[in-house]
Design a binder for this molecule. Structure first.
Ligand code: PMP
Length: 349
């Protein structure tokens, strides 16, 4: 979901942005108006995440997966190897792509202990300090696993794929070398990714890195080396303003915690539903669950749809259900889902 207020504003100024008589889509990315809009969006993102001055904020194309290749290409100058934490399907994807460029060492994986999924703690002694970087995914969108404690990988750069939980809570950017995120969850529509990179890491790209993926070049041209996805950037800017109006990341984190708690409580209280992720790692963004009787799942989905509860089918890799409750999902949406789930469980339990 995108916040409805954001879409209403975009609608109101769709063909005439701020009295210019033009849509944002019709502005040149080199025009003074667009450059002002773009840098205001960057500043708002910096404010929301309290990004320190020695970090660059890049607006790039290619989504989350684009960074699966961009990160190793841009850091290969540090070393020929990298270390990974594998918590689910997205960290696995990042690792597979990185292995085209570097020797990848998977330090640890999600563990199934007596049927409960947990993520091992990373300590510096586990990490080869000659690695170019250590990579993890802070929220596994498909598996519903969130890593809340920032791993301690020692002195090498920490790289995080935050595609599905960026802006859902405050984070200490200074602990990271690179943070990246595809936009289409908490930032805005697809077509854009955000990369936050510590400025000393701009110097280590492999020479063959395509120029438009080269962080140092992207930064030098203020993310406009090639034409950026201008409309997605504009919409992201509106989402950042909306987040500020909500009270910033502490306020949204509180709402996200309330929403997730309601949903997990419902899952735990109804015998019909199961979620086997350890409480410390249950995602606040993507709540996954199965029905104890698999045969009931099509009926659950069909009735949910009839009740206006959309997009609950789990990812094909894991099956079951997944409720994605990103920032823009109001608590009323979660309450409606839990009421439906309790009613369905009563009728089919
Ligand atoms: N990482 C994570 C955590 C994701 O959730 C996704 C997309 N769902 C991706 C990477 C890939 O993003 P994209 O489709 O924008 O390449």
């Amino acid at each position: 979901m995108l916040p409805v207020e954001v879409m209403q504003q975009a609608q109101a100024e769709f063909i005439d942005w701020q009295g210019t008589g033009r849509s944002v889509m019709e502005l040149s990315h080199r025009s003074a108006e667009y450059i002002a809009l773009a840098s205001e969006a960057e500043q708002d993102l910096r404010d929301l995440l309290s990004v320190p001055d020695n970090y660059k904020v890049l607006f790039v194309q290619g989504g989350g997966r684009g960074q699966f290749s961009s990160v190793p290409m841009n850091l290969k100058g540090l070393s020929d190897k990298a270390a990974f934490l594998q918590t689910g399907s997205w960290s696995k994807g990042a690792q597979q792509e990185a292995s085209k460029f570097l020797d990848v060492n998977v330090l640890a994986e999600t563990q199934n202990i007596d049927g409960i999924l947990t993520v091992p703690k990373i300590t510096p002694d586990m990490v080869d300090q000659k690695s170019a970087y250590f990579h993890y995914c802070s929220n596994e969108t498909v598996d519903g696993i969130e890593v809340n404690d920032i791993p301690d990988c020692g002195d090498i750069p920490l790289v995080a794929d935050m595609s599905s939980n960026i802006l859902s809570k405050p984070i200490d950017v200074a602990k990271f070398g690179i943070i990246y995120a595809g936009a289409q969850k908490n930032i805005g529509p697809s077509g854009l990714a955000v990369v936050i990179v510590r400025d000393d890491l701009l110097e280590f790209a492999m020479p063959e890195t395509p120029t438009f993926l080269h962080y140092k070049t992207i930064d030098k041209f203020d993310s406009m080396y090639n034409t950026p996805p201008t409309y997605s950037w504009y919409l992201a800017g509106l989402v950042f303003k909306w987040l500020k109006q909500q009270g910033g990341l502490e306020a949204i984190a509180e709402k996200n915690a309330q929403k997730a708690a309601l949903l997990y409580k419902c899952i735990d209280e109804c015998d019909l539903y199961t979620n086997n992720v350890h409480g410390d790692f249950r995602s606040k963004m993507n709540v996954t669950f199965h029905l104890k009787s698999k045969e009931l799942e099509p009926l659950f989905l069909q009735e949910a749809e009839q009740n206006g509860l959309k997009a609950l089918k789990g990812h094909r890799i894991v099956g079951g259900m997944r409720a994605s409750i990103y920032n823009a999902m109001p608590i009323e949406g979660v309450i409606a889902l839990t009421e439906f789930m309790r009613d369905f469980a009563r009728r089919n339990g």
